[in-house]
Design a protein around this ligand. Structure first.
Ligand code: FES
Length: 248
């Protein structure tokens, strides 16, 4: 099959980028989207042209590295998948496909389709962990946790930190990401000792990084490949108020 790719090219974070058009013939429907970009890059190498920079690691929807905007949607035309899980059969033969990096002030473009998502790492540094004594692992049933609590915590823990929530939000808000990370740990007994500090510090860092405020448009929930619901944001806000005014 043939695809006309319009791909954002940008030399570095200081330079002004722009779209380049590449007509690529010889793709197959079974190729993943990243394989199609690999195929294009091989052609560029043969022509002695600069390859397109894009990120990936697992290619299985686990690591969250591969996010790009495809035809105006985070991770492409389907709900609840990552870019690496998208296949070329999702496009028509001869279609023009526009590929752009995440757009957000807190995610500056490093090169082409690669953005700097270290703002997420700095939010995690402020409390996305628990402190536990080292030594022999505790007996698994020593702390019993109800199924409802476990389910809620594990649903939040599914966040892969891809950044689609930020990129798709008109405010470039990181509320869904931050809420998922806070609620995962604050719901569980292991996360309780640092719970109030965690919510205060992680939300403070989120604001320092320049992400916008959440206005509950729901776009993040729609594009999240892990289907993390925005109720998490309401829960985070409630936890924040409680921590700030009641100290717990
Ligand atoms: S490459 Fe890991 S989620 Fe896509």
């Amino acid at each position: 099959m043939k695809i006309v790719f319009k791909i954002w090219r940008q030399v570095n974070s200081k330079s002004q980028g722009g779209f380049e058009t590449y007509e690529v013939d010889g793709l197959t429907e079974d190729m993943s989207f990243l394989e199609a970009l690999d195929y294009l890059n091989e052609r560029l190498v043969q022509r002695n042209e600069k390859v397109i920079a894009y990120e990936y690691d697992c290619r299985e929807g686990i690591c969250g590295q591969c996010g790009v905007f495809i035809n105006g949607r985070a991770h492409g035309p389907h709900d609840n998948i990552t870019t690496c899980q998208l296949h070329m059969r999702s496009f028509k033969d001869g279609e023009t496909v526009v590929v752009e990096p995440w757009r957000a002030a807190a995610f500056p473009v490093i090169k082409d389709l690669v953005v700097d998502r270290s703002a997420f790492d700095r939010i995690i540094e402020q409390g996305g962990y628990i402190s536990a004594r080292t030594g022999t692992a505790a007996e698994a049933n020593a702390i019993l946790v109800g199924k409802e609590v476990v389910d809620r915590a594990m649903d939040a823990a599914a966040c892969i930190g891809c950044g689609a929530c930020v990129a798709t939000c008109k405010n470039a808000s990181a509320a869904l990401f931050t809420a998922a990370k806070i609620n995962h740990l604050n719901s569980l007994p292991q996360g309780k000792p640092e719970a109030s500090n965690r919510v205060l510090e992680m939300t403070r860092q989120m604001e320092l990084e320049g992400f916008g405020s959440c206005t509950f448009t729901g776009a993040c929930e729609v594009e999240c490949p892990e289907e993390i619901p925005m109720i998490n944001i309401a829960e985070m806000n409630a936890r924040r108020v409680k921590a700030k005014w009641l100290g717990k």
